[in-house]
Design a protein around this ligand. Structure first.
Ligand SMILES: O=C(O)CCCC[C@@H]1SC[C@@H]2NC(=O)N[C@@H]21
Length: 252
């Protein structure tokens, strides 16, 4: 159910690889070499990484890409995780149509029929000790999802586009939807600031108003999911008052 393929965004580059350790590593190696945003994609990654030191299961046929964006603004750079989540949401709609349910899970997971279909990992790009940009690493389970035994206990169960919708989508076809969607939302961020992105993200958020648990590095916080604030922090209403959480993992 591939809908019309949008135009490739003007000025955005694409470098394709057969096998790399991680497209995030490629973005690091190439930092400073490209003046414009550039996608690095690979058919295979031999050392894929996920958030919080986890590995990312990476069979051939799924999407592995990193967008390298020159950016020296340390406030704007991390907000790209919300841009990426919105872009993934749109790209998945583009390849699957309106049927399946899509939702966003703070900080940056994309859920398909309540299972995790994609993940986003942001890393800083440095050149000669100075911030040069941000690498937005994106993995999407297009044809295969890891088994529940391969992911952290309590995590959302993994799903794939193929498993949930029956659609056979190649990584290349997926990028053709993802790159324009990313460029669209990124232009909103850089032109008008975070507020519109925040509103769009909240419109697609999973479990707003429900009780959820955030696992931080040294504690767990349970409370009602109120909102995401103007910094992108998760806001929970707990029995001890409101908590603003900058980083963590959410469990439903
Ligand atoms: O833990 C997560 O949810 C984030 C997973 C991010 C995986 C992608 S695949 C492309 C890029 N290269 C990597 O090694 N990781 C990211």
């Amino acid at each position: 159910m591939l809908t019309k393929v949008p135009e490739w965004p003007a000025g955005v580059g694409h470098q394709q690889f057969l096998e790399v350790s991680s497209t995030l590593d490629v973005a690091r190696q190439e930092a400073g070499q490209f003046p414009n945003a550039t996608w690095f994609t690979a058919t295979l990654q031999t050392a894929s990484r996920g958030r919080r030191g986890r590995s990312w299961v990476a069979p051939e046929g799924n999407f592995y890409g990193t967008l390298s964006i020159p950016c020296t603004n340390p406030v704007i750079a991390p907000l790209r995780s919300f841009v990426a989540a919105l872009a993934l949401h749109d790209a998945l709609r583009g390849v699957m149509g309106e049927g399946p349910t899509l939702a966003l899970k703070w900080p940056n997971d994309v859920l398909l029929n309540s299972g995790k279909v994609g993940g986003i990992l942001l890393e800083s790009l440095m050149v000669q000790g100075q911030m040069w940009g941000v690498a937005v690493g994106i993995g999407v389970n297009l044809i295969a999802a890891p088994s529940i035994a391969q992911v952290e206990g309590g995590a959302v169960y993994p799903v794939s586009v193929k498993g949930e919708s029956g659609e056979d989508v190649t990584p290349d076809a997926f990028l053709k939807h993802l790159a324009p969607a990313f460029a669209h939302w990124d232009a909103q961020l850089t032109s008008y600031g975070f507020n519109g992105i925040r509103t769009a993200w909240l419109d697609r958020a999973a479990r707003i108003g429900e009780t959820i648990t955030a696992r931080l590095s040294n504690e767990e916080v349970t409370g009602r999911f109120e909102t995401v604030d103007e910094n992108g922090y998760l806001v929970l209403n707990t029995p001890k008052g409101t908590r603003q959480i900058a980083a963590g993992d959410v469990f439903f």
